[in-house]
Design a binder for this molecule. Sequence first.
Ligand code: AMP
Length: 217
Amino acid sequence: MKNLALLAPPGGGKGTQAERLVKTLNIAHISTGDIFRSIVKGTYKGSFPVNEILDYMNKGLLVPDDIVVKITLERLNQDDCKNGFLLDGFPRTLNQAEMFDKLASDKKLDVVVLLEVNEDGLIKRLTGRRSCPKCGKIYNIYYTPPKKENICDDDGETLITRSDDTVETVKKRLDVYKNETMPLISYYEKKGVLKRVDGDRSVEEVFKQIMEVIEGK
Ligand code: AMP
């Protein structure tokens, strides 16, 4: 069983790598960002403060810790997580990490992979991002474009841009990452589970490096 978490700045390639990792390792993919987008769309079961969540997301701010932790813990109790899971976008604050350690002490993280990415390229990585509304596949118009402009290679759907991938919101999200999420690096380093990977290489190379650090554990 492997319990993993991916730590990276917004646009750092978390989603792309997560998709591949969960397929290869046959573990559950828990993306808190995806869960919040489903809540906003109305396709996630439960009663949530939808307008409040959307407002935080569109401003590039973090959804309050108590909401995120509750949703993540509920998700982790589902059957598909028994074989291991990959946390993608959680935890994002020290408080979330501490709450998780306390409330899910039976679900200890084996490896936390930090994708180290050069800050200069991040704005282009985020504003160039497009995704398929049907299968969720992620493209980037500058680096990994679809074969046909704005159309998903796999199912022919028209690609969409996330509402929080605007230049303004992206800058805010990067600030939030620096101030709120980066302290987690030393938190997990002290626990001896942090593994650093160069996230500026090709998707294939980054994936290979992640698999190596996971399997080396
Ligand atoms: P992501 O898709 O991971 O970039 O997440 C999109 C947005 O969802 C973030 O900018 C936050 O507003 C919210 N979000 C996702 N995960 C978390 C988290 N762990 N804590 C707080 N807010 C989150």
